[in-house]
Design a protein around this ligand. Structure first.
Ligand code: SF4
Length: 116
């Protein structure tokens, strides 16, 4: 997986920038680059959670689904991420942690009544 530095200065495998010989081409290969209201613009990288997720969890079974949301006019657009695991075939509530099937948490993190 190739990571490039986003306009926000974070490493992201979905970002691609071509600056060779004066070119200024940038795209996000996770979010649609079309012209609709959900198209990608570089400012989305500022608050996007994907670089943090990729830094914390390199699981190859994790599939990220982006959604562009706009809560208030002042805050602009943001990226919300939902995640799915193709190995456990389940939604992943916390993408930075994963679904827990490949890498279960050590027993010190479970409550006494949860232990087998
Ligand atoms: S918007 Fe998110 S996923 Fe897309 S290039 Fe920027 S940081 Fe990466």
């Amino acid at each position: 997986m190739l990571f490039m530095r986003t306009p926000a200065g974070k490493e992201c495998s979905y970002f691609y920038g071509d600056y060779y010989r004066g070119r200024e081409f940038e795209e996000c290969r996770l979010i649609d680059g079309g012209n609709g209201p959900r198209h990608w613009t570089p400012d989305l990288c500022n608050t996007c959670p994907v670089p943090g997720i990729q830094a914390a969890n390199a699981c190859p079974h994790l599939v990220l689904h982006p959604q562009i949301v706009k809560k208030f006019v002042l805050f602009g657009r943001r990226v919300n991420i939902s995640a799915y695991c193709t190995k456990s075939n389940s939604d992943v509530a916390e993408p930075k942690v994963g679904c827990g099937q490949c890498h279960p948490l050590p027993s010190v993190f479970s409550l006494p009544d949860e232990e087998p």
